[in-house]
Ligand binder design. Structure first.
Ligand SMILES: Cc1ncc(COP(=O)(O)O)c(C=O)c1O
Length: 443
């Protein structure tokens, strides 16, 4: 069954150019969501769908949570908008202060954006401007990693490492290079916990430092767990090694925590999970429980202090967005933090991780499965691509799962699962059960 019946006749011709979507294929067999609550979506015709992806990795406390709904509507009627350029409103200060309490010590400055992509570009620009402010303006190079996803703005596209997201958009930002990715199924397939092999891949940064000269490199950006490319976990010791090399050469380390932030791994942030502290880290998504678009970049005291020099009347960072610190987003974010904290959601993934991991790995041996990776409340199930049709097998599994009542996500031939952190054990069973059935039903 699909939900085509519920479409207005005009949808097929609608002006909506859908993002990251096969628009023509979608219009022939659309999948629509009309309502949501807690762990579930409902289609326009009333079919209930278990949310196995927290929307798009963002609805960490589940859908339509009353406290957040109420905060947004109250704020909309109280102060709908206020500028934050040479002006401000109290909620932006309150929210930043609340966030600082969750961050690793020393990362106590918060710059607001409106999305993960903007957070990434903001962090990269802060890194460049930081070095310039310290008299090291020759550090212009930015290093990303193969298979990294850092959003779709020019900075994030440039440091990102997913070929399909880069190939159509020209040369991008100058002076970018990439570390090798860490995916090594030959040595690490079906690992339980972090992969044993691959810490030495961090030494790729030494290779790039030798190639370009370390004094030209401003920053390295990586996702602590590379999610959008298909859930690639860092090999044991890899992030520590990257941190050490950055320190050796005066390079800033940026973690992109747009997905790992706000409890996904069982800690507020992945830096706490891995015990590796970056100089800057990016967030979005779970920041407001996905309700109002917002992102935030956390900066270390060292970085922030480098800007707070010179004449007091000078604007220290010529950067910001009309909607940086939007009052409704701040209200939503504060209510999201209240909900996370009251319900213990920032650590709940840690409590469920064992059960989740067991359920994920029970799919070992299911048709087409060549690797399974899990951490916190995230799982990647990698399928063998169908010869000559990469991605087709996972896409069919995604459609079958939706028809059977679960929203899952696929990237290439990898299924990625990341439910709201309120998921119950019986729902974990149902989610993996539906995935198993979907895999069994496709060729
Ligand atoms: C690690 C990471 N960075 C950045 C982004 C971009 O976020 P947005 O889509 O809000 O711009 C994403 C989105 O999935 C992401 O996973």
């Amino acid at each position: 069954m699909n939900d085509r019946a519920a479409l207005p006749a005009t949808l097929e011709q609608s002006a909506f150019w859908m993002p990251f979507t096969a628009n023509r294929q979608f219009r022939k067999a659309p999948r629509l969501l009309a309502r949501a609550e807690g762990m579930y979506y409902w289609t326009p015709e009333g079919r209930k769908v278990l949310d196995g992806t927290a929307g798009l990795w963002c609805v960490n406390a589940g859908h339509c949570r009353p406290k957040i709904v109420e905060a947004i509507s109250r704020q909309a009627a109280t102060l709908d908008f206020a500028p934050t350029f040479q002006m401000a409103h109290p909620l932006a200060f309150d929210f930043a202060q609340r966030l600082k309490r969750l961050a690793p010590p020393g990362l106590s400055h918060v710059f607001f954006t409106n999305s993960g992509s903007e957070s990434v570009d903001t962090a990269l620009k802060i890194a460049l401007a930081y070095h310039r402010a310290r008299g090291e303006g020759q550090r212009f190079r930015l290093i990303g990693r193969e298979r990294g996803y850092h959003g779709v703005n020019f900075g994030g596209t440039s440091v990102g490492g997913i070929v399909g997201n880069r190939k159509s958009f020209g040369p991008g930002v100058a002076g970018v290079d990439h570390l090798r990715h860490t995916h090594d199924p030959a040595r690490n397939a079906f690992s339980r916990g972090l992969p044993q092999h691959g810490a030495e891949l961090a030494d790729d940064l030494e290779r790039l430092a030798a190639l370009h000269d370390p004094s030209s490199i401003a920053a390295v950006i990586v996702e602590p767990v590379a999610a959008s490319t298909g859930v690639l976990l860092p090999p044991r010791g890899y992030l520590e090694r990257l941190r050490a090399i950055c320190d050796r050469h005066g390079i800033l380390l940026i973690f992109d925590e747009v997905i790992t932030g706000f409890g996904r791994l069982g800690k507020p942030f992945a830096s706490g999970y891995f015990d590796v502290v970056p100089d800057l880290f990016t967030t979005a998504k779970g920041l407001t429980n996905g309700t109002i678009p917002m992102g935030a970049v956390f900066a270390s005291d060292k970085v922030f202090d480098a800007f707070m020099q010179g004449p007091e009347g000078a604007i220290e960072l010529a950067h910001g967005y009309t909607y940086s610190g939007h009052p409704m987003a701040c209200a939503a974010g504060i209510a999201a933090l209240d909900t996370y904290e009251e319900e213990g959601l920032l650590t709940r993934a840690g409590e469920l991780a064992g059960y989740w991991d067991q359920a994920a790995h029970a799919l070992r041996g299911a048709p087409h499965v060549v690797d399974i990776r899990s951490i916190g409340l995230v799982a990647g199930i990698e399928l063998e691509p169908r010869p000559g049709a990469p991605g087709a097998r996972a896409y069919e599994a995604f459609v079958k799962a939706f028809e059977a009542g679960a929203l899952i996500r696929v990237t290439g031939d990898i299924i990625a699962l990341s439910p709201p952190l309120i998921i119950q054990k019986d729902e974990i069973d149902r989610l993996f059960g539906i995935v198993g059935q979907a895999l069994a039903s496709i060729a």
